[in-house]
Design a protein around this ligand. Structure first.
Ligand SMILES: C[S@@+](CC[C@H](N)C(=O)[O-])C[C@H]1O[C@@H](n2cnc3c(N)ncnc32)[C@H](O)[C@@H]1O
Length: 262
């Protein structure tokens, strides 16, 4: 299921993903004593901040390496290995009583069973409980994906492979939330051209976030693949940030929403 993550590399070179998610912590406004579930918690940064606010938090993730790093960095927080598409697994992770709030940053678009995820969240949240999410939205990383397809074509692989992400439109997401009993409070599709760390180009981004699209590139073709990805990215302007500051970037489009269970 899904890709295997390079947890150390994620924290070392792509911690901007986590940092951008900190805006959700303000929207969540966790109170002491509240029970909170963090879905797709990764290396556990947000879960640890929520715990530090005095809430009882459980972070769930389906990747063993992410969880191992989360546990070693934040030993006081409870992290559980679970597929968030599996309602029974979410239920087992939170225990018998429902949680007051659910948070998720940069994770839900990795889950093909979008309805199952929202149904599972609704099943573990108390009535009136809140949901605070940021995920990839419609149009997210379109240029990055196009560059990866060009790289695949350059080494003779099928360029037309399905992408491993699901990026809903605002309308799709609002309908899904309502179908599962949520009242949408806020929902926005946000263009967020995102600078990459120094020395990271589109091919490096692809290795971290598009591992399943890179896995079948033979070792002997890796350099050719990387060069073709980056050459195509340059054609698309991904080496020149749109704000004129210079440097490589990813064309992120985020879907950020808050909702309450009716
Ligand atoms: C880009 S990381 C975001 C991690 C963290 N929320 C952050 O802000 O840094 C996406 C995370 O979603 C997790 N994930 C993907 N599919 C999942 C699933 N079906 N169930 C639980 N976690 C999943 C991945 O293992 C990964 O840790």
């Amino acid at each position: 299921m899904g890709q295997q993550w390079d947890a150390q590399g994620y924290d070392a070179q792509f911690s901007f993903v986590t940092a951008y998610g900190d805006v959700l912590l303000g929207l969540l406004d966790a109170q002491p004593g509240e029970r909170v579930l963090d879905i797709g918690c990764g290396t556990g940064h947000q879960a640890a901040v929520i715990a530090a606010a005095g809430a009882e938090v459980v972070g769930v993730d389906s990747d063993a390496a992410m969880l191992e790093l989360a546990r070693s960095e934040h030993p006081a927080v409870r992290f559980v290995h679970a597929d968030a598409q599996d309602a029974a697994a979410l239920h087992a992770a939170v225990g018998a009583s429902p949680v007051d709030a659910v948070l998720s940053n940069a994770a839900l678009h990795w889950m093909p069973e979008q309805d199952a995820v929202v149904a599972g969240i609704a099943a573990v949240l108390r009535p009136g409980g809140r949901l605070v999410v940021e995920m990839g939205g419609a149009g997210n990383v379109a240029r990055n994906a196009e560059a990866i397809r060009a790289g695949r074509a350059a080494v003779g692989l099928d360029a037309d492979v399905p992408l491993p992400w699901t990026f809903p439109t605002p309308g799709e997401q609002a309908s899904r939330l309502e179908r599962h009993g949520f009242v949408v409070r806020t929902l926005a599709l946000i263009d967020r051209p995102t600078p990459l760390a120094d020395g990271v180009t589109t091919s490096g981004w692809a290795r971290m976030f598009g591992a399943s699209l890179v896995a079948d590139v033979p070792d002997s073709e890796r350099d050719t693949f990387d060069a073709a990805v980056d050459a195509h990215a340059v054609q698309l302007g991904l080496d020149r940030r749109p704000d004129g500051a210079g440097g490589w970037w990813a064309d992120y489009v985020r879907l950020r929403f808050t909702a309450a269970l009716a």
